[in-house]
Design a protein around this ligand. Sequence first.
Ligand SMILES: CC(C)(COP(=O)(O)OP(=O)(O)OC[C@H]1O[C@@H](n2cnc3c(N)ncnc32)[C@H](O)[C@@H]1OP(=O)(O)O)[C@@H](O)C(=O)NCCC(=O)NCCS
Length: 236
Amino acid sequence: MFTLITKRGGVTLYRKHLYVFDQHQPIPAVVRSYTHSDIPELLAIQQESFPPPFPSELWWNKEQLHNHITWFPEGALCMEINGQLAGSMTALLVDDAAREEDHPWEQITDSGYIRSHNPNGGTLYVVDISVRPAYRKLGIGKCLMQAMYDVVIHNGLTRMLGGGRMPGYHLHADSMTASQYLDAVVRGELKDPVITFLMRCGRTPVRVVEHYLEDEESCHYGALMEWNNPFKKNND
Ligand SMILES: CC(C)(COP(=O)(O)OP(=O)(O)OC[C@H]1O[C@@H](n2cnc3c(N)ncnc32)[C@H](O)[C@@H]1OP(=O)(O)O)[C@@H](O)C(=O)NCCC(=O)NCCS
């Protein structure tokens, strides 16, 4: 069941009813745009999803969430299960040229405040995706990603782009470069909790970016990963 709801000002909000599966058990769920009343739960998702050594200064604050809802509500999505938020995903629009640049997360997302949002940008850039630990491996992250693909297509955008953490890299950093690690994950020789997840969602690697995010587990690298709008010609 899929409904597009247009609110005043021409902004299209998102609401989709579906089922996620806990083993064989279907669980009713809703993917929808998040709003101001969701902010306390969105803050909790961040705290649970990014435990130490991830720096707590990088968790969302109320001002950032207010900006997401205000500047680009189409890119502010969450999943609700039994009246509780299980996960969220946030994006902004940037120029297509962002794919060719080595940008840190702080620069392209305005440190998560998204004042850099360009309403005319052709690339939907992922600021964050997180699922509460108690709700992981149920397909929720994948549903959020697919909902954001809907946003790409609905808005006629070129692609989705975003720098994925590579939190398994620190376990191999003494024996391979970050690019070699990404290649090994892409070949299926290694699994990474985020990069493998992104690939299973349909994202493909562009390249590794040094100094992407303050993230010890990823040795501060990020893997730029894209998903091209299949209805656009320039995506070979
Ligand atoms: C990454 C994250 C969002 C995944 O969410 P999730 O709801 O557990 O993922 P899903 O259940 O939708 O998994 C989708 C696919 O990815 C795979 N996957 C999920 N987590 C994985 C992991 N840790 N290792 C390998 N594969 C994984 C699943 O097996 C599934 O594959 P399938 O569809 O082929 O069966 C979640 O682990 C998370 O919030 N992590 C912490 C926050 C974070 O680092 N976010 C990324 C910021 S760049």
